[in-house]
Design a protein around this ligand. Structure first.
Ligand SMILES: Cc1cc2nc3c(=O)[nH]c(=O)nc-3n(C[C@H](O)[C@H](O)[C@H](O)COP(=O)(O)OP(=O)(O)OC[C@H]3O[C@@H](n4cnc5c(N)ncnc54)[C@H](O)[C@@H]3O)c2cc1C
Length: 355
């Protein structure tokens, strides 16, 4: 059976980002790479959005950049500017196409469906396939989004709505998210933070229909695309293996308080690429311990006090947008952290330390 220097298990966002990074930095000229991926064809299945706080390789896959956003609860709206760190949406279809085209240029890169098709004994493995365990004790960010089109101009595409909490909370945390790609096209998403043990929250289609028709007051529209997902808001536990690194969601690249993962995956890929020659002895790449600690407290508050969360999120965005964005994107300094922490209800957060 064929052997490879490197194996990437899972050719999704993290697997392909890493393969691309290695390829463009010429790390695969004299090394071989096998990518193990189940899917038979790549098509758009996700929209990755984030504040651009760091450079990445996929500016040409960006559908749209925004420099303004809003956050609202039932009776209050906050408009914020994010020109210093624009919010970007990446079309996964364009991302897959760009990477696969590049990877085809190198004969040292091969795709397989199953790791048993090759000899993996002496390879270094990058794994992006999470353990397949449903966990109803921890929180998930689960959501469903639809792209809609209207015949006439309807949306203001200069500003996106990050969180609209003016909706049913059902003893949980729930908000809508609207990304207007143009005056006639938008992604509208219903998002829940919950343990996913209440299947009644999954009537996503009727939630979205009701929101579009009765909240946005849009009656005449066509759904052109749909995506659904659940991001674990807890880190996977794996036993340490000498010749294996977990990447992507499986590698703890999700920021637990937000679900943002894409940009962390890009930074992790760059880190691995820089250290690839000595990868077995390289220090583990992690989201900063400070954020892990603060997010852990934050999620305890979400679990215990879901009703308070719309207000808490709203208050968080009362800080300067630049500060909040840096905090949510793991780029804040001590003083910026402090300014966010001071906006939080102190007693609730102090109690959460002891749950
Ligand atoms: C619908 C959706 C929208 C999201 N939106 C955002 C966003 O806006 N911003 C953000 O920062 N994050 C977002 N995320 C979170 C995160 O960025 C994505 O989940 C991202 O795709 C994670 O990358 P990954 O490589 O870890 O997982 P994936 O991209 O899911 O890749 C895993 C790959 O492994 C393959 N696979 C599975 N099982 C096997 C197996 N046994 N053998 C071989 N291959 C296998 C799968 O087919 C897949 O290609 C979103 C997640 C989802 C689900």
């Amino acid at each position: 059976m064929k052997e490879f220097d490197y194996i990437i298990i899972g050719g999704g966002c993290a697997g392909l980002s890493l393969a691309y990074e290695l390829q463009i930095n010429e790390k695969l000229k004299d090394k071989t790479l096998a990518i193990i991926e189940l899917r038979t064809e790549y098509k758009k299945d996700k929209t990755w959005s984030f504040w651009k706080v760091a450079d990445h390789n996929f500016d040409d896959c960006v559908k749209k950049n925004w420099e303004n956003f809003s956050v609202n609860i039932s009776n209050k709206m906050n408009h914020l500017n994010c020109a210093s760190y624009p919010y970007q949406s990446i079309d996964s279809g364009l991302f897959y196409e760009k990477i696969n085209k590049k990877l085809k240029e190198n004969k040292n890169i091969s795709f397989f469906k199953d790791i048993n098709e090759i000899n993996s004994k002496n390879s270094f493995i990058f794994n992006s396939v999470p353990l397949n365990k449903k966990d109803y004790q921890n929180l998930w960010q689960h959501f469903c989004g639809v792209e809609i089109e209207t015949k006439t101009n309807f949306f203001d595409d200069e500003i996106f709505n990050l969180m609209d909490f003016d909706c049913e909370q059902r003893e949980s945390v729930h908000f809508f998210y609207t990304l207007p790609y143009s005056k006639t096209k938008a992604l509208v998403e219903t998002t829940w933070l919950s343990k996913m043990n209440d299947s009644s929250q999954k009537d996503y289609d009727s939630q979205i229909k009701d929101y579009i028709e009765n909240h946005l007051n849009l009656k005449n529209y066509k759904i052109t695309y749909k995506e659904e997902g659940a991001i674990p808001l807890f880190y996977p536990t794996y036993k340490k293996e000498k010749n294996k690194i977990n990447i992507g969601t499986a590698g703890g690249m999700t920021r637990l308080s937000t679900g943002y993962t894409f940009l962390n995956i890009q930074e992790h890929s760059k880190y691995i690429c820089q250290n690839i020659e000595n990868i077995s002895n390289t220090k583990k790449f992690e989201i900063g311990k400070k954020y892990q600690y603060l997010d852990n407290i934050f999620l305890r508050v979400v679990k215990k006090n879901p009703k308070m969360m719309p207000d808490i999120f709203f208050k968080m965005f009362k800080s300067s947008p630049k500060t909040v964005i840096k905090f949510l994107s793991n780029k804040s300094n001590f003083f910026e952290d402090l300014s966010i922490i001071l906006k939080m209800p102190k007693l609730t957060f102090i109690k959460a330390l002891f749950y």
